[in-house]
Write a protein that binds this ligand. Sequence first.
Ligand SMILES: O=c1ccn([C@@H]2O[C@H](COP(=O)(O)O)[C@@H](O)[C@H]2O)c(=O)[nH]1
Length: 224
Amino acid sequence: MSNPVFVAIDMPRLDAAKALAEKVKGHVGGIKLGMEFFYAHGHHGVMEMAHVGLPIFLDLKLHDIPNTVAGAMQSIHVLEPAIVTVHASGGRAMMEDAKAAAGENTKVVAVTMLTSLDDNDLGRIGVAGSAHDQVMRLADLAHAAGLDGIVCSGHEVRAVHKQWKNGFFIVPGLRLADGSAGDQKRVVTPRQARDDGASVLVIGRPIARADDPLAAARAIEATI
Ligand SMILES: O=c1ccn([C@@H]2O[C@H](COP(=O)(O)O)[C@@H](O)[C@H]2O)c(=O)[nH]1
């Protein structure tokens, strides 16, 4: 993949989403659509965004019993997304069934621990150990389930890459050194994540909410 940046288009308006994608398309490698967009526009919206001509990452973070997640994967099959996410904490059988139900050109990738959480948050939800331990544990489970890779923060991607050589690693929670982290807690720069083995760099607000999104996308591209 030449440009590893997928711009996260987290907005409910289709016209605004299309305008942003058209504006930055020469400086990103793909488009990430999440719940905010998909719940508002569904299949129609994804098909509209596909006209931009970039690979589509459907970040739906599926998490349910195996039969339901497999059904959801079948329902989005026709959209031929390049990437779809499920939650690793849904368990091995859920991930296996998700992969089996996905199209052959769709990478199924497991969200390990959200980048908006840190070690303290993990303790509060009853999980012992560090974020690093939790990501490594769930990466092993996703690998065993036959998934293509995982979503983790830039704090863990180097270690995960070492243990899963041909894995596909998606890293959100990216900020330039002077950028506000907002709700993200495990943050690194795009350059750091790339150097540490990220396959895809997910960048949302630093582009979408910039005064000049095109200039922001260009500036980020220049750093990687
Ligand atoms: O652990 C995760 C998993 C997914 N995301 C998604 O990435 C983008 C990040 O947006 P920014 O505006 O660049 O913070 C967003 O769509 C999240 O849903 C994540 O941040 N962390």
